[in-house]
Design a protein around this ligand. Structure first.
Ligand code: FES
Length: 120
């Protein structure tokens, strides 16, 4: 059906003898095609980077909040506090050791932030 539809299109005489490109046109077409391909590739990278959610570090902590912030008074910390930096702790913002599994699975090397008094 498609072939019969195409055969109905009038073709100018000589057009079916082949497509010829002069050296000058070819020298111009190649860089234009390469630039268009590179531009398309870069646009694709930009768009996928803006929409891809795989790169998110926070997978479950307070996802209904536009920003996760925790604040502590120094007096309330006590002698030692261990805070999660891998975003995998079920006790976030405190470290529960989940970083070890994350590191094993991903090859990452994240660990907690430990704040302690000098003599603790
Ligand atoms: Fe996240 Fe330990 S669980 S740093």
């Amino acid at each position: 059906m498609a072939a019969s539809a195409l055969s109905a299109i009038p073709v100018p005489a000589g057009a079916s003898s082949g497509f010829r490109l002069s050296k000058e046109h070819f020298a111009l077409a190649v860089p234009v095609a390469l630039a268009a391909a590179a531009g398309g590739f870069l646009v694709g990278l930009y768009v996928s980077g803006r929409t891809c959610k795989k790169g998110r570090v926070n997978t479950f902590v307070s996802k209904d909040s536009p920003k996760v912030v925790h604040s502590f008074d120094m007096e309330d910390i006590g002698t030692k506090a261990v805070y999660c930096r891998c975003w995998r702790s079920k006790k976030f913002p405190y470290c529960d050791g989940a970083h070890a599994k994350h590191n094993e699975e991903t090859g990452d090397n994240v660990g907690p932030l430990i704040i302690k008094k000098k003599d603790a």
